[in-house]
Design a protein around this ligand. Structure first.
Ligand SMILES: *Cc1c(COP(=O)(O)O)cnc(C)c1O
Length: 411
């Protein structure tokens, strides 16, 4: 086929794509992926830098390279092969998936759970499947991108599902949204409130008891994505609800990831009522049209949760490490945001400065990532230090020494 038009689609695509990419390079926003040459642990091996202290992973409990977690994965792949080469409703479910879902339900003390290849996929299953026309979803403005996209999808797939946003952790704003929805004649189904448990950029936590109280007052259902809270918050690492002394069943639906504290491989889950999970199995597009979590990952994740349930002292060690690191970072002369989580954001304001500091820290031997605009609001660029139970005092001391050096160089 010959084309007579001046520009083909391919040319248009090449031109606009190259423009965007060039702009990212020019404004210092182009992401270069580091190459990792060994497992993720208290330290890790980076191409070009050698072994560096790792402070940017969500490996909060140090389970990503735990020998038993690794062994469970190997045994899983040896027993079951790589996968079913199919979705679960056609070929069936491997035993380890059923076991993992039982373990998650037990861990969270809810009736049932169902797993997916990621928390992103799990969340995408939640609202489009469980909402019906006449429902409204009310979301914290700083919720994770997967929640935002799941809400958008729900309103597109089911016309008549509505969505609205409340100001971050602002209970007056949430009450206003609930009040408004109550008076809206088009809202005649279920009101859903959804929040992250731990917000990833600030490390702050949702006011779950107050949110729950408002939900009860207005008869709304509550969904919590506790991806950064699971394994971290609460005496035994159950999550943000445990931090507040709430019961597992106080939350209607959990979404969570297996790709952070719970093994760090990949995978996500929904957990809550049995009827909710049945509906997900019957109707959710991400269960009907896409494969299950790889069986080896299911085995590793199950082992990771078992270790956490048997060794709650890991959560305490993480908490002690966080306290030690926070104190050291402050004493090094940096402004670290107060938070009860394992996320320690050091505010440096300027994006270019955050990136330069992150680069210098890597040269000094610690791996900390800088976040700037547009990931965080303009003027609030930061280094995000993440602490793990895998860290020993020597690792934390190295981080603090490097920060002290960096401070001296800046002055
Ligand atoms: C990390 C994160 C996710 C994504 O988890 P995946 O399993 O990698 O898809 C979802 N929600 C929140 C709140 C997160 O922090």
């Amino acid at each position: 086929m010959t084309t007579t038009t001046e520009t083909t689609g391919r040319e248009v695509f090449a031109k606009r794509t190259d423009e965007v990419l060039r702009n990212l390079v020019d404004t210092g926003q182009y992401k270069k992926l580091q190459m990792i040459e060994g497992p993720m642990d208290a330290t890790t091996k980076l191409r070009g830098y050698g072994e560096v202290g790792c402070f940017c992973s969500n490996n909060y409990l140090g389970l990503a390279n735990h020998p038993e977690v690794v062994k469970a994965g190997i045994e899983g792949i040896e027993k079951y092969g790589a996968g079913t080469a199919s979705v679960r409703f056609i070929c069936g479910t491997f035993e380890p998936h059923q076991q993992l879902e039982k373990t998650i339900a037990k861990f969270l003390d809810v009736e049932a759970a169902y797993t997916f290849v990621s928390c992103w996929t799990a969340t995408e299953a939640l609202f489009p499947t469980l909402c019906e026309p006449g429902d409204i979803i009310i979301s914290d403005e700083l919720n994770h991108a997967c929640i935002i996209d799941s809400m958008r999808l729900a309103t597109v797939i089911k016309k008549g599902v509505q969505k609205t946003v409340y100001k971050h952790s602002n209970m007056g704003s949430l009450r206003e949204a609930l009040e408004k929805a109550t008076k809206n004649p088009l809202v005649n189904g279920v009101m859903w409130v959804v929040t992250d448990g731990v917000f990833s950029m600030e490390g702050d936590i949702a006011k779950l008891p107050e949110i729950k109280e408002l939900c009860d007052e207005y008869g709304a259902m509550l969904a919590v994505d506790d991806s950064h809270g699971t394994g971290v918050m609460g005496e035994t690492g159950r999550g943000t609800h445990e931090h507040y002394g709430m019961a597992g069943k106080d939350i209607d639906f959990y979404t969570g990831t297996l790709g952070k504290a719970l093994g760090g491989g990949a995978g996500g889950y929904l957990a809550g009522s049995k009827r909710g999970m049945e509906m997900i199995v019957q109707r959710a597009r991400p269960t009907l049209f896409t494969n299950a979590l790889p069986v080896t990952v299911a085995c590793s994740a199950n082992k990771a949760i078992e270790i956490l349930m048997n060794e709650p002292q890991r959560v305490q060690k993480l908490r002690d490490n966080v306290a030690y690191a926070r104190k050291g970072i402050s004493e090094a002369g940096f402004e670290v945001l107060e938070s009860p989580t394992a996320i320690c954001p050091i505010i440096v304001h300027d994006t270019a400065k955050a990136i330069a500091m992150s680069k210098r820290l890597l040269e000094l031997g610690v791996y900390v990532i800088g976040f700037g605009f547009p990931v965080v609001p303009e003027g609030t660029a930061r280094l995000r230090v993440q602490i793990s139970a895998a860290h020993e005092t020597e690792h934390l001391d190295k981080l603090i020494d490097c920060l002290i050096k960096l401070k001296a160089e800046q002055e």
